[in-house]
Unconditional design. Structure first.
Length: 148
């Protein structure tokens, strides 16, 4: 956040103050203390010879750093993200996830901004990085950022 404010926004800030403000406003990434507390989902792409780009979407349990679900596709589509998440949820929670202790599914990056994926992960208690940022922006005016 400090680098983003300094280099992209041109705001001179102290990293300790940014950390304190983020902590006070609940914007820090929480550390998992048990399995299935926090899951993350992200995508990487790689070139595979004559096939072209392949997209690997992985669902990762943050505590044991264990892969819970994945999907490999030749296209970066919402269905790939949903298939990876469904694979992880069905394997770990075959009778349903509600009430089973999965605290949050974080969705990283710009690809998973489809309405259906955001709705589906929100039903599981998801808060994406964009939601954290929007919460921060709404609770702080531009004047308070300049005063940092």
């Amino acid at each position: 956040m400090t680098a983003w404010l300094r280099h992209l926004e041109g705001v001179q800030v102290n990293s300790h103050r940014v950390y304190r403000l983020m902590r006070e406003n609940g914007l820090l990434v929480e550390q998992a203390s048990r399995p299935n507390e926090y899951w993350g989902i992200d995508m990487t792409k790689f070139l595979l010879g004559s096939l072209g780009w392949c997209y690997l979407i992985v669902v990762l349990d943050w505590y044991p750093r264990e892969i819970k679900g994945w999907n490999l596709s030749l296209r970066a589509r919402t269905t790939g993200w949903k298939k990876a998440l469904d694979r992880g949820l069905c394997a770990r929670f075959p009778w349903g996830v509600r009430g089973q202790g999965l605290g949050r599914v974080s969705v990283n990056g710009s690809q998973p901004t489809s309405v259906t994926l955001m709705r589906d992960t929100a039903e599981l208690g998801s808060r994406s990085p964009e939601e954290f940022y929007q919460q921060w922006v709404q609770s702080h005016s531009a004047a308070s950022v300049e005063g940092v």
